[in-house]
Design a protein around this ligand. Structure first.
Ligand code: ACO
Length: 255
């Protein structure tokens, strides 16, 4: 494992671990005794990892230690009421927390959430912040925020709508109901559902498959697909040409 640029002690205090093995970085939510509930330090720690990620990392795996992926926000912060951290916040405050999630969609990496047990609120949104989700057959998702009087604001609302569509997203948010693994897979919230004992192996196989693609091709493909939803067919065809020409030149140009 390589040394990371982030301070391990600070990360541990934020309930995080960070490891790099070649082109693969792994972020572990590591407060299992609190079901990996997240504090402000957790979200800021995630942002720091994103800011200091080495350029040669191509895949980022986000996983949780223990029975749950994450129980979302640490409810202790809510319980403090007017004396707590949310009594006087502004746009920059929320943007700073969102920064912990946004970088996971960077074109230079593919991010994978490995989800077991519960993914609730901010935990569900962290799974949504990743490009891909591999889940266990005992996993479940719950967008708890509206039940607590708030909206999902950790960048989860867009990927949720993109994946399940507006009506289903509205229903999931406003009922805060728990979505079991089989339904999650049907809705497109998981690329793969596996028995709990197979999670690490399945993620490892996926990582190996992703790394088998040439780095420039992987980045170009992610950029291309990420813009498809907002482009017209003509615009997307032009984007395909722009993406392909340098790859063809690199593969086939006479030396
Ligand atoms: N914040 C703080 N502590 C938590 C949280 C949380 N979100 N979730 C669990 N814990 C603590 C429990 O209080 C308990 O502590 P204790 O051992 O001192 O009693 C410990 O973690 C284990 O929790 P259990 O409830 O005993 O574990 P179980 O596996 O039975 O249930 C579950 C797990 C379903 C995640 C349950 O703990 C739960 O519903 N937690 C609250 C989830 C929630 O509402 N999160 C807010 C989402 S909204 C947002 O993120 C913005």
């Amino acid at each position: 494992m390589a040394e990371s640029a982030v301070n391990d002690g600070e990360l541990a205090a934020a309930g995080l671990r960070f490891d790099i093995d070649g082109a693969v970085a792994t972020i572990t939510l590591s407060r299992p005794e609190r079901r990996n509930a997240m504090t402000l330090a957790t979200w800021r720690g995630l942002a720091t990892i994103g800011q200091t990620l080495p350029d040669d990392v191509r895949v980022v795996v986000v996983r949780g230690e223990g029975p749950s992926f994450s129980a979302g926000i640490d409810l202790g912060m809510f319980a403090q009421g007017a004396d707590g951290p949310f009594s006087d916040v502004d746009d920059d405050f929320i943007a700073g927390l969102q920064a912990g999630y946004l970088w996971l969609r960077r074109p230079e990496i593919v991010s994978i959430a490995a989800v077991q047990g519960h993914a609730i609120g901010g935990g569900f949104q962290l799974a949504l912040a990743c490009d891909l989700r591999v889940i266990t057959d005992d996993a479940s998702f719950c967008m708890k925020e509206p039940a607590l009087g708030i909206v999902p604001d950790l960048t989860g609302s867009k990927p949720l709508v993109d994946i399940v569509g507006y009506p289903r997203a509205l229903e999931l948010c406003l009922t805060s109901r728990t979505v079991p693994a089989d339904e999650a897979a049907r809705l497109g919230l998981a690329e793969l559902v596996v028995p709990a004992a197979d999670l690490d192996g399945a993620v490892g196989d996926l990582v190996a498959a992703l790394l088998a693609v040439r780095p420039a091709t992987a980045v170009a493909t992610k950029r291309l697909l990420a813009q498809a939803g907002r482009n017209t067919l003509t615009e997307q065809a032009a984007a395909e040409r722009r993406a392909q020409l340098p790859l063809l030149a690199d593969l086939f140009q006479k030396r």
